[in-house]
Design a protein around this ligand. Structure first.
Ligand SMILES: Cc1cc2nc3c(=O)[nH]c(=O)nc-3n(C[C@H](O)[C@H](O)[C@H](O)COP(=O)(O)O)c2cc1C
Length: 341
């Protein structure tokens, strides 16, 4: 069990942030399948602040990423990235007070700070995982953000920058001193990007170094992986990213395993129904064209492991409408095209 601010997560199960993936439709289906907490796609603090200052009629694409809809049933943190404490603090103020000009739909549960992004463009600006090169800066950023946010502030770090500088415990302590209320540790260095295999003992080392709750993260794709991570590291919760794409049931399965219950498996009809539900949520939120385009990556994961998955994936990627996507997934799972789901 983990508490973040006024929220309690019974099994500590988090849908980890993923740019281009953890939008409102993804968060909603994961919440229905047992996720207890979620984090938005990362949002540039600077872009949010500049957008706020721009003309009232200018588009507000960055703010849109921060909107949490009323139909979301679990607490959702908005994740920001940046390197300048003033911009990060101002972005956190906007998010935590819900005063953004273009939307009234802000109801974030927490502000999360990205200290793990490995992308060249991001680290080249001293943002994301580059912050781990300088724990003093982590302290400065977290304390500035904590001062200006009425919501709890959390951080997401990696094991370190590279194999020569594995300093997650030091960075987590700096964040805790600055006021962070929880830390999520992706057990890879920046140098490792997303290559398979994590550094197994780093999560436990962070757990031993701080008093705040620790989420373990990296390569959890089954209840067994989650149980192993908890057993070996003593972490308070588990953050799942790629394992939940096309498989939101993973959360309920881990919860069942933690409760000593039998692990439920979704039927073909449930899988198809959930994929179609996510597609429809995406389209309702973003319109047919954008909703279809932006759900395709996740949608293609619902056919994983099925006979004909490669052809189905190609058909998904070239589909021009939601009707086409629905037809592809029904065909793969042998469900009649006219069967209403
Ligand atoms: C497509 C994709 C986008 C991601 N975007 C973010 C992000 O915006 N912020 C962040 O902190 N981590 C991001 N991550 C990292 C994940 O949150 C997670 O730390 C990483 O994938 C390891 O967990 P996993 O093995 O469960 O996937 C992203 C990962 C992927 C695959």
């Amino acid at each position: 069990m983990i508490s973040i601010g006024k929220f309690t997560l019974p099994h500590g199960l988090m849908l980890a942030p993923m740019a281009g993936v953890t939008d409102r439709s993804m968060r909603r289906v994961c919440a229905e399948c047992g996720a207890e907490y979620a984090v938005t796609e990362m949002v540039s603090a600077k872009a949010l602040v500049y957008e706020q200052a721009s003309h009232a009629s200018a588009p507000a694409k960055t703010a849109e990423l921060c909107v949490i809809s009323d139909s979301e049933s679990i607490p959702v943190a908005v994740q920001i990235f940046g390197s300048e404490p003033e911009f990060m603090a101002e972005a956190a103020r906007l998010i935590s007070t819900g005063t953004y000009r273009a939307f009234s739909g802000f109801k974030a549960a927490a502000v999360d700070i990205n200290m793990g992004c490995p992308v060249k463009k991001v680290v080249g600006n001293g943002e994301g995982s580059a912050l781990m090169k300088n724990p003093d800066k982590i302290y400065d950023i977290v304390s500035a953000v904590s001062r200006s946010s009425v919501l709890p502030v959390t951080v997401k770090i990696r094991a370190g920058w590279d194999s020569e500088s594995i300093n997650a415990p030091e960075c987590a302590r700096a964040a805790e001193s600055g006021g962070a209320k929880a830390v999520c540790v992706h057990a890879r260095t920046r140098e490792m990007f997303y290559t398979p295999g994590i550094i197994p003992d780093i999560i436990g080392k962070v757990k031993a170094s701080v008093g705040i709750p620790v989420f373990g993260n990296g390569d959890v794709t089954s209840p067994e992986d989650a149980m192993k991570m908890i057993r070996e590291s003593g972490c308070d919760g588990i953050a799942i990213a790629r394992g939940a794409i096309g498989n939101p049931w993973l959360f309920a399965q881990i919860a069942a395993a933690l409760d000593g219950k039998s692990v439920p498996q979704p039927s073909s009809e449930e899988i198809v129904g959930k994929a179609i539900e996510q597609l429809r949520l995406s389209v309702a939120d973003k319109g047919e064209k954008r909703g279809v385009a932006e759900v395709k990556y996740t949608f293609s994961h619902y056919v994983k492991g099925m006979r004909g998955a490669t052809d189905a994936r190609n058909a998904i990627m070239t589909a021009a409408s939601s009707a086409e996507l629905e037809k592809v997934i029904k065909t793969v799972y042998g469900i009649d095209e006219n069967h209403l789901l």
